[in-house]
Write a protein that binds this ligand. Sequence first.
Ligand SMILES: Cc1cc2nc3c(=O)[nH]c(=O)nc-3n(C[C@H](O)[C@H](O)[C@H](O)COP(=O)(O)O)c2cc1C
Length: 233
Amino acid sequence: MRSMKKENQPGNYQLKADLEGNYLIDKEHKATKRLGIFYAPSGGSVHKVARLIKQKLVDLQPDLFVISDVTPLRLLDYHNLILVCSTLGRNTWEMEQKDPWSSFLPKMLRIRLEGRKVAIVGLGDHVSYPNNFVDGMGILGRTIEEIGGKLIGETETRDYIFNDSRALQEGKFIGLPLDEDYEADKTETRIDNWLKGLRNTREDKSKLLIPSLPVYNSSRGRGSGLFLDRNKS
Ligand SMILES: Cc1cc2nc3c(=O)[nH]c(=O)nc-3n(C[C@H](O)[C@H](O)[C@H](O)COP(=O)(O)O)c2cc1C
């Protein structure tokens, strides 16, 4: 009999199985770590950007994972998540399995991310794909919302040239779009500005998905930002 991966073993998480044998995760699983960065694919621009973001947030001691090394259960360990993806063709996410996120997304539907804040970085190419600019970010974002995660880190469109994108919500990008193919020189500034915004994000009680969860203490200097560790507040 094949042994289960350690992180899938009952005991580490509260697991229940449905009638088809799929695991279902207990909603109450407590996050214990502050920030996890998850990315795919590996070895290209997404990988480079994910490492850069980790470097820039080194004071928060984030963990970095390529999603092909983990199951979605790993997301539950973190209060805050940064997900980095690209768009590899309009149909890639839904039909072909070229992008690791496309096979990860259906598995994510088995977990709940209530109480977790999720910021997405989406890489794309605004010159070759102006009608589908960073579509992958939009698809990932919809899944996050479906499983109860709170999306943060939206970006105004004024710095970008494109025709259409599935990553738009109420006139803004739901996360941070980057174009390493044609605007690589803008990447670092875009990341710096975005992270500055994330660090200053204050918990808005009225928008909490689960109001009963503890909220970050917003009266304590720099620690009042997004990534304040709940356990240390
Ligand atoms: C086959 C293919 C299809 C692509 N389709 C899109 C697209 O629909 N929209 C977009 O914004 N970028 C698209 N891109 C651009 C990639 O998202 C971009 O080059 C990204 O930086 C690739 O990241 P990676 O090197 O980590 O794979 C596509 C690239 C390729 C190779």
